[in-house]
Design a protein around this ligand. Sequence first.
Ligand code: NAD
Length: 315
Amino acid sequence: MNLHSPYFYSYLHSNVINNLPIPVNVIRLFVFTSLLLQRNTDIPVCTDAVQTGMSMLRKTKYIMEFKDKIVLITGAASGIGRQTAIEFAKRGGTVIVSDVNEKGGAETVQLIENEGGKATFIKNNVADSSEVEQLIHTIVERYGSLDIAINNAGVGGGAARLADVSIEEWHDVMSINASGVFYCMKYELQQMMKQGSGNIVNIASVAGLRALPNSSPYVASKHAVVGLTKTAAKEYARKNIRINALCPVFTVTALFDPEKIEQGLPGLPDKLKAAIPMKRFAEVQEMTDAIIWLCSEKSSFVTGLALQVDGGMMA
Ligand SMILES: NC(=O)c1ccc[n+]([C@@H]2O[C@H](COP(=O)([O-])OP(=O)(O)OC[C@H]3O[C@@H](n4cnc5c(N)ncnc54)[C@H](O)[C@@H]3O)[C@@H](O)[C@H]2O)c1
Protein backbone atom coordinates (compact mmCIF):
# COMPACT_ATOMS: atom_id res chain seq x y z
CA MET A 1 0.00 0.00 0.00
CA ASN A 2 1.32 3.46 -0.89
CA LEU A 3 1.92 5.22 2.40
CA HIS A 4 1.17 8.56 0.84
CA SER A 5 -2.12 7.62 -0.75
CA PRO A 6 -5.43 8.81 0.67
CA TYR A 7 -6.36 5.13 0.99
CA PHE A 8 -3.58 4.63 3.51
CA TYR A 9 -4.90 7.48 5.62
CA SER A 10 -8.44 6.13 5.50
CA TYR A 11 -7.22 2.57 6.23
CA LEU A 12 -5.22 3.88 9.20
CA HIS A 13 -8.20 5.83 10.39
CA SER A 14 -10.75 3.07 10.24
CA ASN A 15 -8.57 0.17 11.38
CA VAL A 16 -6.02 1.60 13.76
CA ILE A 17 -6.82 5.06 15.02
CA ASN A 18 -10.37 4.34 16.10
CA ASN A 19 -9.09 1.54 18.30
CA LEU A 20 -6.53 3.64 20.16
CA PRO A 21 -7.22 5.17 23.58
CA ILE A 22 -5.92 8.55 22.38
CA PRO A 23 -8.12 11.47 21.32
CA VAL A 24 -8.77 10.96 17.60
CA ASN A 25 -8.15 14.60 16.71
CA VAL A 26 -4.66 14.42 18.13
CA ILE A 27 -3.85 11.37 16.03
CA ARG A 28 -5.42 12.91 12.91
CA LEU A 29 -3.36 16.05 13.28
CA PHE A 30 -0.17 14.10 13.94
CA VAL A 31 -0.59 11.60 11.08
CA PHE A 32 -1.75 14.20 8.61
CA THR A 33 1.06 16.65 9.30
CA SER A 34 3.65 13.85 9.39
CA LEU A 35 2.53 12.65 5.96
CA LEU A 36 2.64 16.15 4.57
CA LEU A 37 6.15 16.68 5.88
CA GLN A 38 7.33 13.32 4.53
CA ARG A 39 6.00 14.21 1.08
CA ASN A 40 8.09 17.35 1.04
CA THR A 41 5.06 19.06 -0.40
CA ASP A 42 4.62 22.74 -1.12
CA ILE A 43 1.40 22.85 0.89
CA PRO A 44 2.12 25.26 3.74
CA VAL A 45 2.19 23.43 7.03
CA CYS A 46 1.71 25.31 10.25
CA THR A 47 4.69 24.10 12.28
CA ASP A 48 3.05 25.32 15.47
CA ALA A 49 0.18 22.95 14.77
CA VAL A 50 2.65 20.13 14.23
CA GLN A 51 4.42 20.97 17.46
CA THR A 52 1.15 21.19 19.36
CA GLY A 53 -0.04 17.91 17.90
CA MET A 54 3.21 16.20 18.77
CA SER A 55 3.38 17.55 22.27
CA MET A 56 -0.28 16.63 22.89
CA LEU A 57 0.48 13.16 21.59
CA ARG A 58 3.54 12.96 23.85
CA LYS A 59 1.56 14.05 26.87
CA THR A 60 -1.23 11.63 26.07
CA LYS A 61 1.21 8.79 25.50
CA TYR A 62 3.01 9.29 28.77
CA ILE A 63 0.20 8.51 31.10
CA MET A 64 1.37 9.73 34.50
CA GLU A 65 1.56 6.15 35.74
CA PHE A 66 4.33 6.94 38.25
CA LYS A 67 2.88 10.23 39.50
CA ASP A 68 4.05 10.93 43.05
CA LYS A 69 6.10 7.71 43.10
CA ILE A 70 9.54 8.01 44.66
CA VAL A 71 12.00 6.27 42.33
CA LEU A 72 15.66 5.54 43.15
CA ILE A 73 18.04 4.71 40.29
CA THR A 74 21.65 3.84 41.07
CA GLY A 75 24.27 4.41 38.39
CA ALA A 76 22.02 7.06 36.81
CA ALA A 77 24.83 9.37 35.65
CA SER A 78 25.01 7.64 32.28
CA GLY A 79 23.77 4.91 29.93
CA ILE A 80 20.81 2.73 30.89
CA GLY A 81 20.43 4.38 34.32
CA ARG A 82 20.26 7.90 32.89
CA GLN A 83 17.67 7.04 30.22
CA THR A 84 15.60 5.14 32.79
CA ALA A 85 15.66 8.17 35.10
CA ILE A 86 14.43 10.36 32.23
CA GLU A 87 11.60 7.93 31.37
CA PHE A 88 10.35 7.68 34.97
CA ALA A 89 10.36 11.48 35.29
CA LYS A 90 8.36 11.81 32.03
CA ARG A 91 5.72 9.60 33.60
CA GLY A 92 5.42 11.71 36.74
CA GLY A 93 7.92 10.02 39.05
CA THR A 94 10.13 11.92 41.49
CA VAL A 95 13.53 10.52 40.62
CA ILE A 96 16.55 10.18 42.88
CA VAL A 97 19.55 10.06 40.56
CA SER A 98 22.37 8.31 42.41
CA ASP A 99 25.93 7.64 41.26
CA VAL A 100 29.60 8.04 42.20
CA ASN A 101 29.90 10.37 39.20
CA GLU A 102 28.71 13.80 40.39
CA LYS A 103 29.09 15.58 37.06
CA GLY A 104 27.12 12.97 35.12
CA GLY A 105 24.51 12.81 37.87
CA ALA A 106 23.99 16.57 37.75
CA GLU A 107 23.65 16.38 33.95
CA THR A 108 20.92 13.73 34.27
CA VAL A 109 19.03 15.94 36.74
CA GLN A 110 19.39 18.89 34.35
CA LEU A 111 18.04 16.85 31.42
CA ILE A 112 15.00 15.87 33.49
CA GLU A 113 14.37 19.39 34.78
CA ASN A 114 14.65 20.81 31.26
CA GLU A 115 11.61 18.69 30.35
CA GLY A 116 9.70 19.79 33.46
CA GLY A 117 10.37 16.61 35.46
CA LYS A 118 11.36 16.20 39.10
CA ALA A 119 14.79 14.85 40.04
CA THR A 120 17.54 15.25 42.59
CA PHE A 121 21.10 13.92 42.73
CA ILE A 122 22.51 12.09 45.74
CA LYS A 123 26.12 10.94 45.49
CA ASN A 124 26.51 7.33 46.51
CA ASN A 125 28.94 4.45 46.21
CA VAL A 126 26.92 1.21 46.14
CA ALA A 127 29.98 -0.79 47.20
CA ASP A 128 29.90 0.87 50.63
CA SER A 129 27.12 -0.60 52.81
CA SER A 130 26.99 2.34 55.22
CA GLU A 131 26.65 4.81 52.34
CA VAL A 132 23.79 2.76 50.92
CA GLU A 133 22.06 2.61 54.32
CA GLN A 134 22.44 6.40 54.58
CA LEU A 135 21.09 6.89 51.03
CA ILE A 136 17.84 5.06 51.82
CA HIS A 137 17.55 6.89 55.14
CA THR A 138 17.96 10.27 53.40
CA ILE A 139 15.35 9.41 50.74
CA VAL A 140 12.77 8.35 53.33
CA GLU A 141 13.49 11.37 55.51
CA ARG A 142 13.06 13.73 52.53
CA TYR A 143 10.21 12.08 50.62
CA GLY A 144 8.51 9.78 53.13
CA SER A 145 8.77 6.55 51.10
CA LEU A 146 10.68 4.58 48.49
CA ASP A 147 8.28 3.11 45.94
CA ILE A 148 10.57 1.90 43.14
CA ALA A 149 14.27 1.02 43.14
CA ILE A 150 16.34 0.31 40.03
CA ASN A 151 19.64 -1.21 41.15
CA ASN A 152 21.59 -0.48 38.01
CA ALA A 153 25.10 0.71 39.02
CA GLY A 154 27.71 -1.61 37.59
CA VAL A 155 31.15 -1.99 36.05
CA GLY A 156 32.37 -4.30 33.31
CA GLY A 157 35.84 -5.25 34.54
CA GLY A 158 38.75 -6.11 32.29
CA ALA A 159 39.18 -8.93 29.81
CA ALA A 160 41.27 -11.88 30.98
CA ARG A 161 41.05 -15.62 31.42
CA LEU A 162 40.22 -16.68 34.97
CA ALA A 163 43.78 -17.63 36.01
CA ASP A 164 44.99 -14.18 34.95
CA VAL A 165 42.34 -12.15 36.79
CA SER A 166 43.92 -10.20 39.63
CA ILE A 167 42.55 -10.52 43.16
CA GLU A 168 41.90 -6.74 43.17
CA GLU A 169 39.89 -6.96 39.95
CA TRP A 170 37.77 -9.79 41.39
CA HIS A 171 36.99 -7.82 44.55
CA ASP A 172 36.33 -4.57 42.65
CA VAL A 173 33.78 -6.10 40.30
CA MET A 174 32.12 -8.26 42.95
CA SER A 175 31.88 -5.40 45.46
CA ILE A 176 30.11 -3.07 43.02
CA ASN A 177 28.02 -5.47 40.93
CA ALA A 178 27.10 -8.14 43.50
CA SER A 179 27.58 -6.71 47.01
CA GLY A 180 26.28 -3.35 45.74
CA VAL A 181 22.98 -4.92 44.67
CA PHE A 182 22.78 -6.88 47.95
CA TYR A 183 23.31 -3.72 50.07
CA CYS A 184 20.75 -1.79 48.03
CA MET A 185 18.14 -4.55 48.27
CA LYS A 186 18.75 -5.04 52.01
CA TYR A 187 17.97 -1.42 52.92
CA GLU A 188 15.33 -0.89 50.22
CA LEU A 189 13.43 -3.98 51.40
CA GLN A 190 13.55 -2.86 55.04
CA GLN A 191 11.78 0.34 53.99
CA MET A 192 9.38 -1.36 51.57
CA MET A 193 8.34 -3.78 54.33
CA LYS A 194 7.56 -0.81 56.60
CA GLN A 195 5.40 0.87 53.97
CA GLY A 196 3.82 -2.42 52.81
CA SER A 197 4.65 -2.10 49.11
CA GLY A 198 7.49 -1.78 46.64
CA ASN A 199 8.98 -2.68 43.31
CA ILE A 200 12.63 -3.50 42.64
CA VAL A 201 14.40 -4.11 39.33
CA ASN A 202 18.02 -5.28 39.42
CA ILE A 203 20.06 -4.83 36.27
CA ALA A 204 21.83 -8.12 35.65
CA SER A 205 22.95 -9.24 32.17
CA VAL A 206 22.77 -12.19 29.82
CA ALA A 207 26.13 -12.84 31.53
CA GLY A 208 24.01 -13.62 34.60
CA LEU A 209 22.53 -16.57 32.72
CA ARG A 210 25.37 -17.94 30.61
CA ALA A 211 29.14 -17.92 30.18
CA LEU A 212 31.00 -14.96 28.71
CA PRO A 213 34.64 -15.99 28.27
CA ASN A 214 37.32 -13.60 29.57
CA SER A 215 34.88 -11.96 31.99
CA SER A 216 34.68 -14.34 34.96
CA PRO A 217 34.27 -11.68 37.71
CA TYR A 218 31.53 -9.94 35.70
CA VAL A 219 29.77 -13.23 34.94
CA ALA A 220 29.96 -14.34 38.59
CA SER A 221 28.66 -10.99 39.80
CA LYS A 222 25.70 -11.02 37.41
CA HIS A 223 24.82 -14.63 38.28
CA ALA A 224 24.76 -13.40 41.89
CA VAL A 225 22.33 -10.62 40.93
CA VAL A 226 19.97 -13.14 39.29
CA GLY A 227 20.18 -15.41 42.35
CA LEU A 228 19.49 -12.56 44.77
CA THR A 229 16.55 -11.43 42.64
CA LYS A 230 14.88 -14.85 42.49
CA THR A 231 15.40 -15.59 46.17
CA ALA A 232 14.14 -12.23 47.39
CA ALA A 233 11.17 -12.38 44.99
CA LYS A 234 10.00 -15.57 46.71
CA GLU A 235 10.70 -14.22 50.20
CA TYR A 236 8.64 -11.05 49.61
CA ALA A 237 5.99 -12.30 47.14
CA ARG A 238 3.24 -12.12 49.76
CA LYS A 239 4.33 -8.72 51.04
CA ASN A 240 3.18 -6.69 48.03
CA ILE A 241 6.77 -6.27 46.86
CA ARG A 242 7.77 -7.40 43.36
CA ILE A 243 11.43 -8.02 42.52
CA ASN A 244 12.68 -8.75 39.00
CA ALA A 245 15.94 -8.63 37.05
CA LEU A 246 16.66 -7.32 33.58
CA CYS A 247 19.23 -9.26 31.55
CA PRO A 248 20.45 -7.05 28.71
CA VAL A 249 22.65 -8.21 25.88
CA PHE A 250 25.39 -5.84 24.58
CA THR A 251 23.89 -2.34 24.72
CA VAL A 252 25.76 0.67 23.37
CA THR A 253 26.81 2.79 26.39
CA ALA A 254 30.04 3.96 28.03
CA LEU A 255 30.37 0.46 29.51
CA PHE A 256 30.02 -1.22 26.11
CA ASP A 257 31.39 1.03 23.39
CA PRO A 258 31.89 -0.95 20.14
CA GLU A 259 34.11 1.76 18.61
CA LYS A 260 36.55 1.66 21.52
CA ILE A 261 36.49 -2.15 21.60
CA GLU A 262 37.24 -2.22 17.88
CA GLN A 263 40.34 -0.07 18.47
CA GLY A 264 41.70 -2.44 21.13
CA LEU A 265 40.46 -5.73 19.72
CA PRO A 266 39.78 -5.38 15.99
CA GLY A 267 36.95 -7.59 14.76
CA LEU A 268 35.52 -8.36 18.21
CA PRO A 269 32.38 -6.19 17.90
CA ASP A 270 31.46 -7.96 14.64
CA LYS A 271 31.95 -11.35 16.29
CA LEU A 272 29.77 -10.33 19.25
CA LYS A 273 27.09 -9.02 16.91
CA ALA A 274 27.17 -12.23 14.91
CA ALA A 275 26.27 -14.15 18.09
CA ILE A 276 23.01 -12.21 18.40
CA PRO A 277 20.24 -13.69 16.21
CA MET A 278 18.86 -10.21 15.41
CA LYS A 279 22.39 -9.22 14.26
CA ARG A 280 22.65 -5.88 16.05
CA PHE A 281 23.48 -4.47 19.46
CA ALA A 282 20.69 -3.24 21.71
CA GLU A 283 19.74 0.39 22.17
CA VAL A 284 19.49 1.90 25.64
CA GLN A 285 15.82 2.73 25.06
CA GLU A 286 15.04 -0.96 24.56
CA MET A 287 16.31 -1.67 28.09
CA THR A 288 14.49 1.29 29.57
CA ASP A 289 11.18 0.24 28.00
CA ALA A 290 11.50 -3.19 29.64
CA ILE A 291 12.33 -1.65 33.03
CA ILE A 292 9.29 0.64 32.82
CA TRP A 293 7.10 -2.36 32.03
CA LEU A 294 8.49 -4.33 34.98
CA CYS A 295 7.61 -1.42 37.29
CA SER A 296 4.17 -0.80 35.83
CA GLU A 297 0.79 -2.29 36.69
CA LYS A 298 0.92 -4.11 33.34
CA SER A 299 3.32 -6.62 34.92
CA SER A 300 1.39 -6.91 38.20
CA PHE A 301 1.70 -10.73 38.37
CA VAL A 302 5.40 -10.84 37.44
CA THR A 303 8.00 -11.42 40.14
CA GLY A 304 11.27 -13.38 40.25
CA LEU A 305 11.72 -12.98 36.49
CA ALA A 306 15.15 -12.63 34.89
CA LEU A 307 13.92 -10.90 31.73
CA GLN A 308 16.20 -11.33 28.73
CA VAL A 309 16.24 -8.42 26.32
CA ASP A 310 18.77 -9.91 23.98
CA GLY A 311 17.73 -10.07 20.32
CA GLY A 312 17.23 -13.80 20.74
CA MET A 313 20.67 -14.66 22.13
CA MET A 314 19.41 -16.90 24.93
CA ALA A 315 16.83 -18.71 22.82
N1 NAD B 1 25.90 -1.90 28.26
C1 NAD B 1 25.79 -3.23 28.18
O1 NAD B 1 26.11 -3.86 27.16
C2 NAD B 1 25.23 -3.99 29.35
C3 NAD B 1 24.86 -5.33 29.13
C4 NAD B 1 24.36 -6.06 30.19
C5 NAD B 1 24.21 -5.46 31.43
N2 NAD B 1 24.57 -4.16 31.61
C6 NAD B 1 24.43 -3.59 32.96
O2 NAD B 1 23.66 -2.42 32.90
C7 NAD B 1 24.03 -1.57 34.00
C8 NAD B 1 24.25 -0.15 33.48
O3 NAD B 1 25.35 -0.18 32.62
P1 NAD B 1 25.55 0.84 31.39
O4 NAD B 1 25.79 0.02 30.20
O5 NAD B 1 24.48 1.85 31.37
O6 NAD B 1 26.95 1.46 31.80
P2 NAD B 1 27.41 2.96 32.16
O7 NAD B 1 28.87 2.85 32.41
O8 NAD B 1 26.93 3.91 31.14
O9 NAD B 1 26.65 3.25 33.53
C9 NAD B 1 27.01 2.66 34.76
C10 NAD B 1 26.92 3.72 35.83
O10 NAD B 1 27.23 3.10 37.10
C11 NAD B 1 28.01 4.03 37.85
N3 NAD B 1 28.78 3.34 38.87
C12 NAD B 1 29.87 2.57 38.70
N4 NAD B 1 30.33 2.16 39.91
C13 NAD B 1 29.50 2.68 40.85
C14 NAD B 1 29.44 2.61 42.25
N5 NAD B 1 30.37 1.94 42.96
N6 NAD B 1 28.43 3.24 42.90
C15 NAD B 1 27.50 3.95 42.21
N7 NAD B 1 27.53 4.08 40.87
C16 NAD B 1 28.52 3.45 40.20
C17 NAD B 1 28.90 4.70 36.81
O11 NAD B 1 29.43 5.92 37.28
C18 NAD B 1 27.93 4.87 35.65
O12 NAD B 1 27.28 6.11 35.69
C19 NAD B 1 25.26 -2.20 34.64
O13 NAD B 1 24.88 -2.91 35.81
C20 NAD B 1 25.74 -3.15 33.57
O14 NAD B 1 26.46 -4.24 34.09
C21 NAD B 1 25.08 -3.41 30.60
